[in-house]
Design a protein around this ligand. Structure first.
Ligand code: ATP
Length: 227
């Protein structure tokens, strides 16, 4: 086990331990650091650890299937942990089961298949994510319509970034009756060269604007398909 940077452990209760620094784990860890969250990154691959040694709060080369190693690193004291190991099924399962047995209250793990996800859930992992599957679904929505971005929540609700259809351009939002006509709400608007701002009843949408709409999945899709 070779440590490359920083003190042995981070004591911040808000910090996150990310195990597996492949494409997914690395992107996740770097994003957390960008948002001022302390991250302990662990990977058995020396080269990856070396590459990330200046970018994460702490990076350690270690085998996450070894309980003593994880305890030495203080992993059992974290409140949040992510198992970002996918194709190495054995390592994914062993690591997740150790994290759950430590009593970490918020364990996340990625799964490449439904079977892997089912096992992780049975082990007691609190949140299982399917990056490939979920990204595939998301991109399908983008490919289908004129959407610029798309997020689907539970219970058939989505938010979509899109260009405004001609039917609402030049009118106050209140006068376009988008809610009754299309079943969606325009929640934010962005003028060219400016940031997003909340949309109000008095907002007049221009052709060059970008808008964010919220509503039932199918209705947000239909709205974004309008020309
Ligand atoms: P990616 O996120 O790149 O798609 P993947 O889903 O293919 O990765 P793996 O390649 O299995 O997942 O693992 C991701 C990372 O986890 C790799 O960098 C690998 O070195 C690391 N890893 C795998 N097993 C262990 C282990 N037992 N201990 C520590 N790190 C491990």
């Amino acid at each position: 086990m070779a440590k490359t940077r920083g003190p042995r452990r981070t004591t911040n209760k808000d910090s996150v331990v990310v195990i597996g620094l492949g494409r997914f784990g690395r992107a996740l860890a770097l994003e957390l650091v960008d948002e001022d969250t302390e991250v302990l990154g662990i990977d058995e691959n020396a080269e990856l650890v070396q590459q990330l040694s200046g970018s994460l709060t702490h990076v350690v080369r270690a085998d996450s299937t070894n309980e003593d190693t994880l305890r030495q690193l203080g992993v059992h004291e974290f409140n949040r942990a992510v198992v970002a190991i996918g194709s190495n099924l054995e390592a994914s399962i062993l690591t997740a089961s150790l994290l759950v047995s430590f009593g970490i209250p918020d364990v996340w793990a990625k799964a490449l298949s439904e079977a892997q996800g089912r096992i992780l859930t049975q082990l007691g992992v609190h949140h299982v994510v399917y990056p490939e599957h979920e990204m595939g679904q998301r991109v399908a929505h983008l490919v289908r319509g004129r959407m610029l971005d798309y997020i689907e929540f539970e219970d058939d609700f989505a938010m979509v970034k899109t260009k405004p259809p001609s039917g609402i351009i030049g009118y106050k939002l209140a006068d376009t009756a988008v809610r009754s006509r299309y079943g969606i709400t325009v929640v934010a608007i962005k003028r060219p060269g400016q940031g997003f701002t909340y949309a109000t009843a008095d907002t007049i949408v221009e052709a060059d604007d970008t808008i964010i709409v919220a509503g039932r999945t199918r209705q947000t899709e239909r709205f974004s398909e309008l020309q």
